[in-house]
Design a protein around this ligand. Structure first.
Ligand SMILES: [Zn+2]
Length: 256
């Protein structure tokens, strides 16, 4: 049975929280079966209350129920919603990172079949912290963003791994009519804790100095300005303790 929106919205409007996507101010949005959600006033993200985030063991047990078989044609079709527009803009033999690749790195296999190199990192299934100390032409997050407990820090870190002209390709459900939020299948996944809109990514991109383009109903491509140029040098730690990757030319200039 659908929840009454009026009932769900009947919350204490006097409290505030920090948005975990943009660090702006969030207000209570809705409570569904005891799960409290907040809505950011700035980037429009909707987030589960911080006190209700699942612990790592709960997350792992849930992820183990996912079927991510690289040989599954249906799963590959699903991933092609991100892979196809990304492949259209990548230079030949690009280097990328599949962040949160899961147990069956099907997307990496698809991109490698097109001639690119893909490094894997997944906190639960393929932990490779060193992968976060390199620069890439592209970074992919497929069905990962909605699981992030600290999205602001993660997006900032990943944007810092992009070479000039590099792409951050994100696939996640992009918003739903608020009247359908309570019954939304995507919301009911206990490990989905943050829900984005296109406006959320546009704000995030601006704050990170990236361009943002929606290329499919649930896919955005964020692009770092500048033109390519491969660099194998690790990211430079800037004064603000953030990292940035330079092109070969820029690296040479910085050393001069
Ligand atoms: Zn926000």
């Amino acid at each position: 049975m659908a929840w009454s929106v009026a009932q769900a919205l009947a919350m204490d409007q006097s409290t505030h929280a920090a948005c975990r996507v943009c660090l702006g101010g969030a207000r209570p949005f809705m409570t569904v079966q005891g799960r409290r959600y907040w809505r950011c006033r700035r980037c429009r993200a909707t987030e589960l209350d911080a006190a209700q985030l699942p612990d790592p063991e709960t997350e792992l047990q849930h992820y183990l129920t996912h079927r991510n078989d690289p040989a599954d044609a249906g799963y590959r079709r699903f991933l092609s919603r991100l892979a196809t527009p990304l492949l259209e803009v990548l230079d030949p033999a690009s280097e990328g990172l599949d962040f949160g690749c899961g147990p069956g790195p099907a997307l990496a296999a698809m991109l490698e079949a097109a001639g690119h190199r893909v490094r894997l990192h997944d906190l639960f299934f393929r932990p490779d912290p060193a992968a976060l100390g390199r620069c890439y032409d592209f970074v992919t997050l497929t069905e990962v963003a909605e699981h992030l407990h600290r999205p602001h820090a993660v997006f900032r870190q990943l944007a810092g791994l992009l070479r000039p002209g590099g792409r951050l390709a994100v696939m996640t459900a992009l918003g739903i009519d608020d009247r359908r939020f309570a019954d939304w299948r995507y919301r009911r996944d206990p490990t989905h804790v943050v829900f984005y809109r296109v406006a959320t990514f546009r704000y995030l991109a601006r704050s990170l100095g990236l361009d943002c383009r929606r290329v499919a109903p649930d896919v955005v491509l964020l692009r770092k300005p500048g033109s390519g140029g491969k660099s194998s040098t690790p990211p430079v730690v800037a004064a603000s303790n953030t990292r940035f990757c330079a092109s070969t030319t820029e690296t040479a200039r910085a050393r001069a």
